[in-house]
Design a protein around this ligand. Sequence first.
Ligand SMILES: Nc1ncnc2c1ncn2[C@@H]1O[C@H](COP(=O)(O)OP(=O)(O)O)[C@@H](O)[C@H]1O
Ligand SMILES: [Mg+2]
Length: 242
Amino acid sequence: MAALLLLQDICKSYYLGEEEQPVLRNINLTVAAGEFLAVLGPSGSGKTTLMNIIGCLDVPTCGHYVLDGISVDTLNEKEMAKVRNRKIGFVFQNFQLLPRLTALGNVELPLVYSGLKTVERRARATAVLEQVGLGEKLRSYPNQLSGGQQQRVAIARAMVTNPAIILADEPTGALDQTTGQQIMELFGELNQAGSTIIMITHNREVAKVAGRTVRILDGELIEGGEARARRNYRYVRRQYRP
Ligand SMILES: Nc1ncnc2c1ncn2[C@@H]1O[C@H](COP(=O)(O)OP(=O)(O)O)[C@@H](O)[C@H]1O
Ligand SMILES: [Mg+2]
């Protein structure tokens, strides 16, 4: 099993004056390409902090992070931004769509710096919106769409660049139960079609759709991944050193 993502002894602390406030403690985790992983934990347990590190939005205080063969912990800010744009597709609880752009405009946006021509960008964005069931809503603005439809647009936007990983932080948190369920089914379909997904949630039911669940409690990962992460670490370093 080739590891797509490897976290080794990752920790993150904030400092309140001199006082250290540990938020993540020695996190070890391996995720293979094609996996659908749920990270389940209560509010305040460190889920978003972990997602920000995995998503190259934040750096750990210590530990190693290898993403798709790249040692993220050795990168500077600019290189990290590049890895983030190329490798990660984000989905948030509150969709975070741009209100002045149509569904199509929102999904096309991540492709602006891709070098694709306008026509190609439009075709790619349209295809992904069709894949998430919004082929009829290309010209709709976010405020003309339901919450579930807006989240579908956000998922299309996350997928349009063909990222190595889709990272979703509480993606059903703002949706009613039925709509949330439909969104989870969509993630399941995307995973079946080959997408690697890491989904963060505090909801046990939501986590059930995933192929594997790890739990985070008070900054510690308390289930799964650890022994495997250690074993794969050297292997990954050897295989993928950039
Ligand atoms: N920038 C920050 N400065 C200080 N403490 C923070 C910061 N960000 C998060 N925390 C603390 O880290 C802990 C975990 O937060 P978070 O990762 O957002 O948890 P979750 O997403 O599981 O609710 C919380 O106790 C929070 O107060
Ligand atoms: Mg959170």
